[in-house]
Every structure is written in structure tokens, then in C-alpha cells.
Ligand binder design. Sequence first.
Ligand code: SF4
Length: 210
Amino acid sequence: MASFNPPAEVTEALAKIPPHHLNIMGYVDRSEVNGPGARAVLWVQGCLRACPGCFNTASWSFEPNQIVSIDDLVARITGDPGNTGVTFSGGEPFWQASALAEVARRVKAQGLTVMSFTGFTLEQLQSPSAPVGSQHLLTQLDILVDGPYVESLAIHEPTSPVSSKNQRVHIFNPALKDRITWASDQIEVHILKDGGRIVTGYQGHLHLSD
Ligand code: SF4
């Protein structure tokens, strides 16, 4: 089976992230277009896929962007009573699977749900070649949306929870079976205190602007 090990420079960049920390691209509270209900969204920094048509090319680099501690993330996610859960997007969440599994375990202990997007397939993540920590993260997830974005298979429908036809929604928590309330074509704009904006929802990704 093919190995999913990243190139050496990516391995080195991942190794520079301090223990119990994550390298992220962005974060918002109370998004309603990235999973069921109102939820925090964490965009992880770093992706190797370079999918044509990617809405989030700034997330591709593995260089340090925002280095945040797991403690701070858990406090922020659980500190907003409007969040019913957290969604991991990217970038590729599973390159930082071990740290995200720890975030997931701690927020689930406080009654929240956890969802993740990934460019891998579920079968790849269940294989021995999966990125380190993938099994731990999978066991924490309530929902997984898997598969890369394929521009030639793009879906632009107001009710589709995925962006391209190859992607699948895996609901591991039966309580969420009827909660596919988000759609990939929905867009949400968050106005930040410093005047910046975060536009999110389209393809599960985000765009930062001043
Ligand atoms: S669409 Fe997602 S998986 Fe593809 S390059 Fe962009 S961030 Fe990576």
C-alpha cells in the first residue's frame, strides 16, 4: 500500500510545532455553515494536495502561522456557550491528528460534538499508512467528511453537504443522523473586532480579508 508520509521538509515543519500545540490558519466561534448547529471552526495550517479550484490556498504552507496551545483552544471552544461542537477543516487536519484528537477528547468530555473535513478517504485513514494519530482522531469524531475537492466533480446545489461528488459524509454518532443542516454553497461572513473579516462556508473553507 502507498505510504502517505509527507516530504522531509513537511515532516520537519510538523516536528517544530511544540508539544500540545497546533499550527492553525484560523478560528471562528458559532459558525452555522460548517456542520450541524452553531459550532466553532478550526482551520489547520498545511495541506499537500494542491487541488485545482481550492478556495483556501493560503492554508497549503506548513510554515508556522498561528501556533496555539491545546489548552487555549479547548478553553475557547468550550468558553462560548453558543458552540454545540467544533469542526476541524483546513488545510489537512489529519497531518496534526494527534493534537486534534486531544482537543476532541477534551471538548467531548464537556458534551460537545466533533466533526472533521479531510482530503483523505476514510479507508486511507484506517490503513497502516495513515498519518500519525489518525486512529485516535477517528475514534473521537461524530462526523467525518472525506475525500479531496475535485473541481470536475463540483456540486453547486443549495442542499449538498459536500463540495464535489466524490466526497462522503460519514456520521458515526447516531444522534446526528438527521442533523445534516449545512450546505457547501452557504457563505457566512464574520466581522472581527479589529475590522478584519472571515468569509467561510464555501467548500468548508475560509477566506481572510482586511
Ligand atoms: S481543497 Fe482542501 S484538500 Fe484540496 S488543496 Fe485545498 S485545503 Fe487541501
